[in-house]
Write a protein that binds this ligand. Structure first.
Ligand code: FE2
Ligand code: FE2
Length: 177
């Protein structure tokens, strides 16, 4: 049986992961609307990853005989000022997600729940990667600035997986999750 406060924190984290998935879906739709399909596919893959994170926590909670609560998922922001704006918001989202995972970790540590701490280790490592890949994307997008030709080239390179430090765009790639 899992401590109620830890159960609550994990449930909140499931919601957080699904909220992130929803946000990335909105970002993918924005990119698709302006015909930046490489960026759109990349964002859809982020959505898949967040969904997998939620699934992982869901399964862990069930394995520990916890109760899965599924409160409403907040509606994401759907209006953006441009490509850079999207990645600035996405990076903040990942930073908030890291803080949120850290919080769950703190609660588990408080109760000396070593199994939960062990399960969360994967998430801590994952967040380092997630923040890095979002920061890399923001950096290259900033570099392109308002140059539409550069953005179009980037869009194509992302689709082909040719951007340094950034994984390619296909939804079928094995993300290791
Ligand atoms: Fe996540
Ligand atoms: Fe993420």
């Amino acid at each position: 049986m899992i401590e109620t406060k830890i159960e609550k924190a994990i449930n909140k984290q499931i919601n957080q992961e699904l909220t992130a998935a929803y946000s990335y879906m909105a970002m993918a739709a924005y990119f698709a609307e302006i015909s930046l399909d490489g960026f759109a596919t990349w964002m859809l893959r982020q959505r898949e990853e967040e969904t997998q994170h939620a699934n992982r926590l869901y399964q862990y909670l069930l394995d520990r005989d916890g109760k899965v609560e599924l409160p409403p998922i907040a509606s994401p922001k759907t209006e953006f000022q441009g490509v850079q704006d999207v990645f600035e918001i996405a990076l903040k989202l990942e930073e908030n997600n890291t803080a949120s995972i850290n919080h769950v970790y703190q609660v588990a540590a408080q109760y000396k729940d070593y199994a939960t701490l062990s399960a969360l280790q994967w998430f801590l490592d994952e967040q380092v990667e997630e923040e890095k890949s979002m920061r890399d994307m923001l950096d290259i997008v900033k570099f392109a600035g308002t140059d539409k030709g550069a953005i179009l080239t980037l869009n194509q390179q992302i689709a082909q997986g040719n951007v340094p430090g950034v994984q390619g765009g296909g939804l079928n790639t094995n993300g290791g999750n």
